[in-house]
Design a protein around this ligand. Structure first.
Ligand code: NAD
Length: 362
């Protein structure tokens, strides 16, 4: 098992990464000092795959366990579902010291995190992410949130978990599509922060796709360390943490201009390429690096061609996007592979030119 730490003073916590960790969770939680009862929140698919293993590990250490099930899907990140969970927690006589374990992908992590942050004004939260996206991104950094009408991820809090347990073995049951959604984020970390990691991805993509546990453990660990380092410097997302939005400015615009037909990972991949092209036009990211970025994205099965959308619609969507900062569009660009920076100074004509060139090339 590998371990890294998110250092946030009294809110610090460990991220444990390795194979077969679900089976060791009972012992691990005992060692931390939890006693008595625990609640697991999960969805039917994840419960069917891993619910028994986790429950047995916990009951084997004498914990009294209840599993609360939430149907799958983004629509469960709602106040209604949270309300139902509060009732179930209360029926189970969950107390302020009763830990809640979020076993699942980012939907379960965000929803459970919100419930843990608010039930009894906050109970201990253990993130147990089972998708690649959740292991490298949503379980780390304490953003917990629900959707409400048009407000996606806007009703929430910063609430750090007490521990993150990423069992690599769970990644083996993901579909190829789910794996590539997570790989979009992994590529993002390498592109913004670590050119050595980028080269590692280039060398090991085949092992990643064939779900080699050693390589998966490495990429989850390296991604988690990058996210932890950024969160430590800007926990509340007022500055540096914005670089995690690399690929999101154009990505979100593509998602809304295509009426959300593009999946999030696909949209981020396209957004990373668009930001790469803009960086290149500004004389930063070299042509060779832009090609390397495109090839890695392509090799993990994510799209690299400008979608058949009017450039005007994408720009319009960007203007409505939350990244508009004092009337300017905020971009995360690359000086080179592994080095990102935040800017509000990209002219609309340059954005347009980069997108037009891209659409003509494909
Ligand atoms: N809090 C944050 O910082 C943050 C960051 C990024 C994304 N998010 C959120 O994360 C969510 C997306 O998360 P996601 O991509 O993990 O999707 P998800 O949680 O919807 O999971 C996708 C599907 O995979 C299934 N699944 C989960 N683990 C599995 C496994 N090991 N084997 C087989 N199937 C499995 C689930 O049942 C679900 O049907 C969005 O709501 C997004 O807003 C949050």
């Amino acid at each position: 098992m590998k371990r890294t730490r998110v250092r946030l003073g009294r809110n610090s916590y460990d991220i444990c990464i390795g194979s077969g960790l679900l089976m060791q969770t009972g012992r691990q939680l005992r060692e931390i000092g939890f006693s008595d009862k625990l609640v697991i929140i999960t969805d039917p698919t994840v419960k069917g795959l891993y619910g028994n293993t986790l429950s047995q590990s916990l009951t084997g250490e004498g914990f009294k366990v209840t599993i609360l099930e939430v149907p799958e899907g983004e629509e469960q990140k709602s106040l209604d579902t949270a309300g139902r969970l509060y009732n179930e927690l209360s029926n189970f006589h969950a107390e302020r010291t009763t830990p809640i374990l979020a076993l699942g992908g980012g939907v379960i992590g965000d929803l459970t995190g919100f419930v843990a942050a608010t039930y009894m004004r906050g109970v201990p939260l253990i993130q147990m992410p089972t998708t690649l996206l959740a292991q490298v991104d949503s379980s780390i950094g304490g953003k917990v949130a629900l959707d409400h009408g048009q407000l996606k991820n806007k009703i929430g809090a910063f609430y750090q978990p007490r521990l993150v347990i990423s069992d690599i073995t769970t990644l083996k049951s993901l579909t190829t599509t789910e794996l590539s959604q997570g790989l979009a984020e992994v590529i993002k970390y390498a592109a913004i922060r670590d050119k050595g990691f980028f080269a590692y991805l280039e060398r090991n993509l085949e092992q990643i796709k064939s779900l080699d546990e050693g390589v998966l453990e490495d990429i989850v660990l390296r991604s988690a360390k990058i996210k932890a380092e950024i969160v430590e410097k800007d926990e509340l997302d007022f500055g540096l943490r914005h670089i995690l939005n690399y690929g999101h400015t154009v990505g979100h615009a593509i998602e809304s201009a295509s009426d959300f037909k593009a999946g999030h990972g696909e949209a981020v991949a396209l957004g990373m390429l668009a930001a790469g092209r803009i960086s290149n036009k500004l004389g930063m990211l070299s042509q060779n690096e832009l090609i390397r970025l495109k090839e890695v994205i392509q090799r993990v099965g994510l799209p690299t061609k400008m979608p058949s959308l009017e450039v005007g619609r994408i720009i319009q969507a960007m203007e409505f996007d939350k990244k508009i900062f004092e009337g300017k569009i905020r971009f995360i660009l690359l000086r080179s592979l592994g080095e990102a920076f935040i800017t509000d100074e990209v002219s609309p004509s340059l954005i347009e030119q980069a997108l037009v060139d891209w659409s003509e090339e494909t």
